[in-house]
Design a protein around this ligand. Structure first.
Ligand SMILES: [Zn+2]
Length: 675
């Protein structure tokens, strides 16, 4: 029978080791139930014998409600920040300055590490046991957050976390506390389910969590801590054996052996040139990582040289941060402008104090819908965080409530359309609000703009600006009026010379004979994209037959559910739309499906899903080719999908395909299949 002392020690060791295997190595060797059983045995022992509670006991991860005003901790060495580089030239200049300080002929190799966007922590271990943890504070003195850091599962309470190598007598390590992206999303999912406000910014939430007075709150949130630097270490280990860490790489390896969670993808490169070659790759893969980074850290690998280089001002010379262009910025929400789309959908758009972000000045950002605004409690006058990354339209992430002064006003959906003053509706169960008036001038403009666009009726020479000009001149009131435009009228418009008028009229004439499916997809019926339009054209063969069809007949089509079928019927029931169809017919626009072209049977029995923009084929053309070769086009990816034909900026369909193991092909491969 082991003594309570020896059993408690054994349990601590087993539990700590499994915690390491689970959270750091992601390779558990016991089940959760087994872990829980051992854990409860330890809790029972410690409850019966409180003197057995040790600082490295996993029971201490649960947190406590003991509040203290965060006593101060002096760091054993200054916790320095890094100088910044924003370009390759900055990096070359940095190396050149360093080489001047070193014996001629010195070759510098470098470690490249991701620059994590979290909070710095400094953690102390004595004889292998975590004894203290502090925030960076002012770099010399930080706040004692030991109780909170103990709750972070990736931080070992005892080192080495596994194995029997001797720990140093004393070591102080530096790291970064953050939320992994998937943990942050899960945390917000929990908030959403509980009807609580969502967290906006992962870094700020991590900061708030680390500085909680009640460490039980910290324990309830899934923080992660990467450790990447040794601030201080005893010259030898607990057995008196000297510790020798000549390079950054050796240091990281040593830390990994001790069981610290090391930032992934840290690599050694022989020259700065190699490092610079890596930068574009990092910028590209940045968003695919499970943690936020705002740049890269480049460190002289040789620690002796690093020490010789010393510190200039507050920055060490031997390391530098290469900063990516900021993708997030904080600015003031000055007003909310409502955009009305062709379906009548209201999109609240933030009018912002202009701010430089992601390489450009941004003064507008989308706020998606009023549900988003309500969930995040965004208010007029708020400081808001906006994001602009890559080609995505800038959007509001959320407000910064801490910066409120009390003058901020709630944002509510308008009761009436700001353009046509029709009462706004929110269909039951819908996220969005709508202007239901099909004759709303803004909806008409958006509809016509969509009708003529590439991918719809594709009327060359008729962009949004021209549409606006024609509406303002009173020449068009709906899509059908386009086909009644006269040269004499057009010539009176600003910037319309004879040649431009001739070209425009020629492309309008050409548009009259577009296939029925293309016309249907151009009408802007909610839910009727090119795939559904093609199915409707295939089944009903004419607009007349489709208008006469009831919900049930439409629903018989594969891939069209009752909601969409009802939507289509309602669209054609609308007076405004019926007049439009009559006018289009009278103008000579094609209303019939032509004979089906048959080019071969190379794709017989194959089902395709299209996603993204193809380099040369339009969606309609690709659909036509697939069907002319005996294949089928479907709108969603399932196990029955044969191929996903993917172009630029693909949507979630590509991810779904990858999950289901459906082959993804590009246009070139597709065209080869037809040969
Ligand atoms: Zn309206």
């Amino acid at each position: 029978m082991p003594t309570p002392e020896s059993r408690a020690q054994e349990l601590r060791q087993i539990l700590n080791e499994h915690s390491y295997r689970y959270y750091v190595l992601n390779a558990p060797t016991i089940t959760d139930a087994e872990y829980d059983a051992l854990y409860h045995e330890l809790v029972a022992l410690e409850t019966a014998h409180p003197h057995l509670i040790m600082p490295d006991s996993p029971t201490q991860r649960a947190g406590s409600d003991l509040t203290d005003d965060f006593p101060k901790v002096e760091h054993p060495a200054p916790i320095l920040s890094l100088g910044n580089a924003f370009s390759d030239d900055d990096l070359w200049a940095w190396e050149e300055r360093n080489l001047k300080l070193l014996p001629s002929g010195t070759q510098l190799a470098y470690m490249l590490e991701p620059k994590l966007d979290g909070l710095t922590v400094v953690i102390h271990y004595d004889n292998g046991v975590l004894v203290k943890a502090a925030t960076r504070g002012n770099g010399r003195v930080g706040d004692d957050v030991t109780a909170n850091v103990r709750t972070i599962r990736t931080v070992p309470l005892r080192i080495p976390a596994t194995g029997d190598i001797a720990p140093p007598r004393h070591i102080v390590v530096r790291g970064e506390v953050l939320f992994l992206k998937h943990d942050f999303n899960a945390l917000n999912e929990r908030q959403r389910e509980a009807g609580l406000p969502l967290y906006v910014n992962a870094r700020n939430t991590a900061s708030g969590t680390l500085k909680q007075k009640d460490s039980r709150i910290t324990a309830s949130r899934p923080l992660t801590c990467y450790l990447y630097d040794i601030v201080d270490i005893s010259p030898d280990d607990i057995h008196g054996k000297p510790i020798y860490l000549p390079t950054q790489q050796a240091m990281l390896d040593y830390m990994r052996d001790m069981g610290f969670f090391i930032p992934p993808e840290s690599h050694l490169y022989p020259t700065l040139s190699h490092i610079i070659q890596q930068i574009p790759t990092w910028i590209e893969k940045r968003h695919a990582l499970d943690f936020e980074i705002d740049g890269l850290v480049i460190k002289v690998n040789d620690r002796k040289i690093d020490a010789e280089l010393g510190v200039v001002g507050k920055d060490p010379r031997g390391a530098i941060a290469y900063k990516f262009p900021a993708e997030e910025a904080t600015t003031t929400l000055k007003a909310v402008v409502v955009n009305i789309g062709r379906t009548g959908k209201l999109t609240p758009t933030a009018s912002l104090e202009p701010v430089f972000v992601g390489g450009v000045t941004v003064s507008n950002a989308t706020m998606h819908n009023y549900k988003f605004i309500a969930e995040l409690d965004v208010r007029l006058g708020d400081k808001v965080v906006i994001k602009r990354s890559g080609d995505v339209i800038p959007y509001v992430i959320g407000p910064v409530p801490d910066l409120r002064d009390g003058t901020e006003q709630p944002i509510l959906p308008p009761t009436h359309c700001p353009v046509c003053h029709t009462p706004i509706i929110q269909p039951e169960g819908a996220v969005d609000h709508f202007c239901p008036n099909t004759a709303c001038p803004e909806r008409v403009y958006r509809s016509i703009e969509f009708f003529v666009s590439r991918g719809a009726m594709d009327i060359e020479g008729m962009g949004g600006q021209t549409v606006k000009q024609l509406i303002e001149a009173g020449f068009i009131h709906d899509e059908a009026d386009i086909f009644a435009l006269k040269a004499d009228d057009l010539l009176t418009l600003d910037g319309f010379a004879q040649k431009k008028v001739d070209n425009l009229l020629a492309s309008i004439e050409k548009a009259k004979s577009r296939p029925l499916a293309q016309l249907l997809a151009s009408l802007g019926i909610d839910g009727v994209g090119s795939t559904v339009a093609q199915s409707l054209a295939d089944k009903f063969r004419s607009i007349r037959a489709l208008m006469d069809a009831d919900v049930q007949a439409i629903q018989e089509i594969d891939g069209i559910g009752d909601v969409l079928a009802e939507n289509i019927v309602a669209w054609f029931d609308d007076d405004h739309h019926q007049r439009l169809i009559a006018k289009l017919t009278a103008a000579g626009v094609n209303m019939q499906a032509g004979e089906k072209t048959v080019l071969g049977d190379a794709l017989a029995g194959k089902t395709f899903v299209l996603t993204g923009t193809l380099p040369t084929l339009s969606r309609e053309k690709a659909t036509e080719l697939i069907e002319a070769h005996g294949g089928k086009v479907s709108s969603s990816v399932s196990k029955k999908t044969s191929y996903v034909l993917m172009g630029d900026s693909p949507g979630s369909k590509a991810e779904k395909a990858a999950q289901l193991g459906v082959p993804i092909i590009d246009e070139q491969a597709f065209l080869q299949m037809l040969e």
